[in-house]
Design a protein around this ligand. Structure first.
Ligand SMILES: Cc1ncc(C[n+]2csc(CCOP(=O)(O)OP(=O)(O)O)c2C)c(N)n1
Ligand SMILES: [Mg+2]
Length: 380
């Protein structure tokens, strides 16, 4: 028998629409109203300024640690712009731009990075999942959520995020394999920021692209300029349309770069060169989007100045609110079991007695664990 080439149904394309000099591929330019362009530009600016302020807060010892998303704002914001509020958003840990767009108050994100459990609770009614740190574990429940949308026939989709490093995890494989088999309406954004802490992309996988992993699962894969918000919106819209029509999941590899540290506990100078970082500076997603909105006349220099001022004020107010939040040291007891087991009840009693003896802060506690929820002070 002769050797034959197997024709694969799926191929991997690469999309870029807005380049770093502001040139636009008119054939692919997505339709976005002027109002939305303004909102998107504001949201990207907010994400950038939030990031800068969080780094400062961490350096001042006012939050525990921080993992900046500098340079990845377009890859994170574009996909969530392309879904509806009722669709599902499943983040990893480097998506503040998307999370803020979905309506999470800035205070909550500050609390999360300050180690406060309340920062992990999505706003009421949100179809969002909390920040996920165990790398790629979110791919599994994103697949489940998307499958649930299909079973419920509610037309919903899920957009989930994972890093380039996450693609080497078993959870990534299991999640995408299941999503493909069940035809789940899942759009998985791989934020390929070229590094998984100190491990470079080329040591992560021998594959030429991360998008091509889609082929092995029998689903659609696309590589996109992740620093180009127009391309991210275009690609996600296409994938969302297909998913809603029963066309199954898509993997979108957003090619981007982690401009900053992995987290504040990391020093990238130990494993990558300044030259490499410098190469990515002209590709900045915010600078590029600014060229676009300015050329269109939807945001003027003056608008931008005003926006910047409002954003800084909003962040300052959020920091103040977050710092006024009085954490309830008894809260962890609430979250472990639906019904508190005896040994925890005993520990709780002991802990309350200890707190009362040391600073008297729990003098109002009545010792009844059922009443605990009553004294959680929640920010809204
Ligand atoms: C299961 C698991 N293993 C290890 C870690 C420690 N860790 C946190 S982030 C990270 C690297 C992730 O790289 P990537 O997926 O590329 O995401 P990025 O940090 O670049 O956004 C590792 C190994 C973890 N959080 N979870
Ligand atoms: Mg990475």
């Amino acid at each position: 028998m002769p050797r034959k080439k197997i024709e694969l149904e799926n191929i991997v394309e690469n999309i870029s629409i807005l380049d770093q000099d502001g040139n636009v591929d008119k054939a692919l330019e997505p339709k976005i109203s002027n109002d939305d362009l303004r909102r998107l530009f504001r949201a990207m600016t907010l994400a950038r300024r939030y990031d800068e302020r969080m780094l400062k807060l961490q350096r001042q010892g006012r939050i525990g640690t921080y993992g900046p998303a500098l340079g990845q704002e377009a890859a994170s914001l574009g996909p969530v712009y392309a879904i509806n509020k009722d669709d599902w958003f499943v983040p990893s840990f480097r998506e503040p731009a998307a999370t803020l767009w979905r309506g999470w108050p800035i205070d909550k994100l500050i609390l999360w990075w300050g180690g406060n459990e309340f920062g992990a609770t999505p706003p009421d009614g949100a179809h969002d999942v909390p920040i996920c740190v165990p790398v790629a574990s979110q791919v599994q429940y994103a697949a489940g959520i998307a499958w649930g949308c299909k079973l419920k026939k509610n037309g919903g989709v899920a957009v989930a995020f994972v890093g380039d490093g996450g693609t080497s995890e078993g959870d990534f494989h299991e999640g995408m394999n299941c999503a493909a088999i069940f035809g789940a309406p899942l759009i998985l954004i791989i934020q390929n920021n070229q590094w998984a802490i100190s491990l470079p992309r080329k040591k992560q996988t021998a594959s030429q692209t991360l998008a091509q992993k889609a082929i092995s699962y029998g689903l659609n894969g696309l590589q996109v300029d992740g620093n180009d918000i127009l391309a991210m919106i275009y690609a996600t819209r296409e994938a969302v349309d297909r998913a809603r029509k029963g066309g199954g999941p898509t993997i979108i590899e957003a090619v981007t770069y982690r401009m900053g540290v992995h987290t504040t506990a990391d020093d990238p100078k130990k494993y990558r060169t300044e030259d490499e970082v410098d190469c990515w500076k002209p590709k900045c997603p915010l600078a590029r989007f600014w060229l676009y909105v300015k050329a269109k006349g939807v945001v003027t220099e003056k608008d931008r100045e005003k926006m910047e001022e409002e954003i800084q004020n909003d962040i300052t107010a959020a920091i103040e609110r977050a710092e006024q939040y009085a954490p309830n040291p008894l809260e962890p007891f609430e979250h472990c079991f639906a019904e508190m087991p005896l040994h925890l009840k005993r520990q709780l009693k002991e802990f309350k007695a200890y707190l009362a003896a040391t600073n008297g802060e729990t003098s109002s506690a009545d010792g009844n664990p059922e009443n605990l929820a009553g004294y959680s002070k929640h920010l809204h």
